[in-house]
Design a protein around this ligand. Structure first.
Ligand SMILES: [Zn+2]
Length: 510
């Protein structure tokens, strides 16, 4: 069970406060009151989480850090990125508890003199949080960041269309690779048995091979369609057992690679980008088969993660972080149907970062206008996105706030997943409300709760106290039971973090 009794706010007060806030804010935004009044009764006071990394907290000073986030934002739960294993200077796999990592393709060794002593660091952080009545969730994400430089770790990674081992995002460890599955199982067991955690959150910021080949995510326009994955032996063996013709799958992806490369070179297909894309899908339905195979493998692994954690400690809350791309790529949103998660998630943390969302959306628009939607203008495509994804936000030019040529040249010259520099606009609190509400509605009637990931000065420093106030209010008005402040304490301007606390107090949630 989670401990909810150390925050003096009754459930009745919370529901009343949320309802009052709903009425007040819905009036201001012109939303129908009935729509805003449907917030479900949460099981206790709101979870106010904060995402942080163990080395950062140690360096900043544990008490100084906790003082700051408690005073400014009434944080009651740390979401700690704390990988229980890592590389040493020689590239060995080191961990304080080698016994949990027996068949991971790498030889697990105990901590060396140079290693981060995670048990020691965690013990200090845990003692300080316990004194304050705070909880700790282990935040487990191993992709969308450079691969760990551990000898032998490459054999856990995916294989691309041309048989090469993939590097970092959008590739990553293969979901069907038994060493990787064992590594995750070991990390789950290690995290629960060795560290005094109150919950687990797993995150994966990846998607299937069709979307990856198209560059269909924010800042994906320089992705290489020939490096899409996975085509390893584990995947192809599993696929063959399911009757999937892997030769035809590869033929489809070869044709797609040609199409994407031509689009990036500005060569419009004879019948247009959209018609040609459909021709590819009709001739190579295996493109969709392989995309779904990948995303089903992800679901399988998530179910396994949940089952493993629950087998060790049944009462431990286990949940999943949902990548921001669910706001941009409709294919990814379709795959990330929240309803099936209710069978194996106690909570979901959809990313609803308003501050980088606008520029991420324009970068997505730029990327897919090199292929599927190349027949549309940037603004037509953005309007299409707003209709399909149910947002009402600013125009392409308002968001980028600089000449298109400058912005798009930056997108072409930057590395994949890099954000250009600029004074970019934000998405509104209405976006935060809609994304949170969509998630709340999807899990209604289940045990699964929604803790929205609220961004403050994420990559682009364009948050303001007013925008933070709007986002926090929107999250609770939409019926979330909590929020997780993201992504970096170092990047957040103090006045923006303070706006969280003042808004929570205003809503009588802190
Ligand atoms: Zn594979």
């Amino acid at each position: 069970m989670t401990r909810t009794d150390d925050i003096p706010l009754s459930r009745r007060d919370f529901v009343r406060a949320a309802s009052l806030a709903a009425t007040a804010v819905s009036t201001g935004l012109g939303l129908p009151a009935a729509q805003a009044q449907t917030a479900p009764s949460p099981a206790g006071p709101p979870l106010v989480g904060f995402q942080a990394e163990v080395p950062y907290i140690i360096e900043y000073g544990i008490d100084r850090f906790l003082d700051d986030i408690q005073a400014r934002a009434s944080v009651n739960t740390l979401f700690l990125f704390s990988s229980p294993f890592g590389p040493d200077a020689q590239g060995n796999f080191v961990t304080a508890h080698p016994q949990y990592y027996s068949d991971v393709g790498m030889k697990a060794q105990g901590l060396g003199p140079q290693s981060l002593n995670l048990p020691d660091a965690m013990a200090k952080i845990t003692a300080a949080t316990r004194r304050r009545g705070m909880k700790i969730y282990s935040w487990m994400i191993e992709d969308n960041r450079p691969p760990l430089k551990i000898r032998g770790m490459d054999r856990l990674y995916e294989i691309d269309l041309h048989g090469r081992r993939v590097g970092p995002h959008p590739g990553g460890p293969c979901l069907n690779n038994p060493y990787f599955r064992n590594l995750i199982a070991g990390a789950v067991e290690d995290s629960i048995r060795s560290y005094d955690v109150d919950g687990l959150q797993r995150g994966s910021e990846r998607q299937g091979p069709l979307s990856n080949a198209l560059g269909a995510w924010h800042h994906g326009s320089t992705s290489d369609p020939g490096r899409t994955s996975c085509f390893c032996d584990y995947c192809t063996t599993k696929a063959r057992a399911r009757g999937i013709d892997i030769v035809r799958v590869k033929q489809g992806f070869m044709a797609l690679e040609t199409y994407v490369r031509a689009g990036r070179a500005g060569q419009r297909p004879r019948d247009g980008y959209y018609v040609e894309f459909w021709r590819l899908l009709l001739r190579h339905p295996e493109l969709l088969t392989w995309q779904t195979f990948w995303s089903d493998s992800m679901r399988e692994m998530q179910r396994e993660f949940y089952a493993q954690a629950k087998a060790i400690r049944p009462g431990l809350p286990v949940g999943f972080h949902i990548w921001h791309n669910t706001a941009f790529n409709p294919i990814f949103r379709a795959e990330q149907d929240y309803q099936p998660y209710t069978a194996y998630a106690d909570f979901l943390k959809p990313v609803v970062y308003d501050n980088p969302a606008a520029e991420r959306m324009t970068s997505y628009v730029y990327s897919v206008s090199q292929n599927i939607y190349g027949d549309l203008s940037r603004q037509q495509l953005l309007d299409f996105e707003y209709s399909v994804m149910n947002f009402k936000e600013d125009t392409y030019d308002q968001i980028i706030n600089e000449p298109r040529a400058t912005y798009e040249a930056d997108l072409r010259s930057l590395g994949m997943n890099d954000t250009p520099k600029g004074r970019f606009g934000r998405f509104s609190a209405d976006y935060v409300y809609r994304e949170t509400k969509r998630a709340v509605d999807a899990v209604a009637g289940s045990k699964t709760t929604i803790c929205a990931g609220v961004g403050i000065d994420v990559v682009v420093k364009n948050s303001t106290p007013e925008s933070v106030r709007g986002a926090v209010e929107a999250v609770f008005r939409a019926g979330a039971t909590g929020l997780v402040l993201s992504t970096s304490h170092a990047a957040m301007r103090p006045e923006n973090l303070s706006a969280v606390g003042s808004t929570l107090r205003e809503l009588k949630l802190a």
